[in-house]
Design a protein around this ligand. Structure first.
Ligand code: G3I
Length: 371
């Protein structure tokens, strides 16, 4: 009996070691001659509460982005008070591990503090007051991390899907010049920091052309912009590799860096892309919309690995244009896609599974740079 038990245990241990090929390079080692490999970190990771997660983060990645803790609502919760606790902790983690920190994000229409656009009497502020508040926000935050945060998502998601400017409160009150002002204030506060425009669906032609207009407008006015961030919230079959490649080439042709800033690949049905007429039905958490609640079939693991391999082969082909690829979360269990666009689903978007083990997709990505 005892002999059988020992045999079984040794088989399990051997299988475990097999899944982590110890000779295999880490992501940051594998891509060190191509581009930075980053990860979005949550508050628990910033505070280093989970040793295994922090170990995986610092061993695999060389760039950090706070998933939420440097957004306006969290870092500047009241008009006259800032909360730098988490951003300071992020800097500590990054500096101890020689990691490139991205400040996400200075001006975005979402996750704003209450009252950003209102006077004390509840009336809406005017353009001059908006400019003052943006300048205070950006100068204070960028100034505090001068020389520490190496790149800023200065403006996030300023475009509508048709490539025109989103009718956000920033736009309605400040006009389109709010974008120029944001970049100008960031440059004043840290002349050496890289400044980016960041958005999703940046491979869609209309939005891509809208982003190119934003960049060209800034450049025409001598306002510094160093790169564009394509967020990269993609699926198994969208966007096409051609759309991704065209976008990379067109952005790079502007003379700026191209980054993929929030990469994840969903394996679940995307209600936004379904052709059903009934809008409400598309957004219910039905078994059809949540097909893998108990685990991902090997066949889909392989599909995901193949998709990630195709994407990274394309990135590697354009490594001269791409400066960073950041994954939007450490492992599948933390992915925002488990709750968007439908809450409570089980998605498998990243390279590490819910037990922090590397998936087939991880090995497939590393394989794309195996010499
Ligand atoms: O921290 C509170 C917690 O105290 C509270 O109990 C809980 C109740 O729901 O909410 C928690 O805050 C949540 C926060 O994530 C931290 O987990 C917010 O509700 C939730 O809305 C927020 O979602 C974030 C989302 O941005 C907000 O729009 C996601 O984590 C984050 O991944 C996502 O990231 C954005 C990028 O910043 C910009 N690009 C799109 C991307 C996806 O939306």
């Amino acid at each position: 009996m005892k002999k059988n038990l020992i045999l079984i245990l040794s088989a399990i241990v051997f299988a475990g070691i097999q899944s982590i090929n110890i000779e295999e390079k880490t992501l940051k080692e594998a891509f060190k001659d191509h581009y930075l490999i980053g990860v979005a970190v949550n508050r628990s990771q910033i505070l280093q509460r989970n040793e295994a997660e922090v170990k995986l983060i610092t061993s695999q990645f060389n760039s950090l982005t706070a998933e939420n803790d440097m957004k306006w609502a969290n870092i500047h919760p009241k008009i006259d008070s800032f909360n730098f606790e988490y951003a300071d902790k992020l800097m500590e983690l990054a500096q101890a591990n020689d990691m490139f920190v991205v400040g996400h994000t200075l001006v975005w229409h979402s996750q704003l503090a209450r009252g950003v656009f209102t006077n004390e009497d509840g009336s809406t502020i005017d353009s001059a007051e908006l400019t003052r508040r943006m300048k205070d926000h950006i100068h204070t935050i960028v100034g505090r991390y001068k020389g520490k945060v190496k790149g800023w998502d200065v403006v996030n998601e300023a475009l509508a899907e048709d490539g025109t400017l989103r009718k956000s409160k920033f736009f309605e009150i400040g006009g389109e010049s709010y974008i120029e002002k944001a970049f100008q204030f960031a440059h004043e506060a840290d002349p050496d920091a890289e400044l980016y425009y960041n958005d999703y669906n940046m491979t869609n032609a209309e939005k891509r052309d809208g982003a190119i207009r934003i960049v060209k407008n800034l450049q025409s006015k001598g306002i510094k912009i160093d790169g564009v961030g394509m967020q990269g919230h993609w699926g198994l079959d969208y966007p096409t590799l051609e759309e991704i490649e065209t976008a990379i080439e067109m952005y790079a042709a502007l003379g700026i860096k191209v980054m993929v800033t929030e990469l994840d690949v969903s394996v679940l049905p995307n209600p936004y892309r379904m052709r059903t007429a009934d809008v409400s039905a598309r957004f219910e958490n039905t078994p059809e919309m949540n097909p893998y609640p108990e685990g991902l079939p090997d066949s889909v693991q392989t599909q995901l690995a193949d998709r990630y391999a195709d994407i990274f082969k394309l990135f590697n082909k354009h490594a001269d244009k791409i400066s960073r690829v950041t994954f939007w979360g450490l492992h599948d269990g933390l992915s925002w896609k488990n709750n968007f666009p439908i809450r409570g689903r089980t998605d498998y978007t990243l390279l590490f599974d819910r037990n922090l083990a590397p998936k087939k997709a991880y090995h497939a990505v590393i394989e794309t740079v195996k010499d």
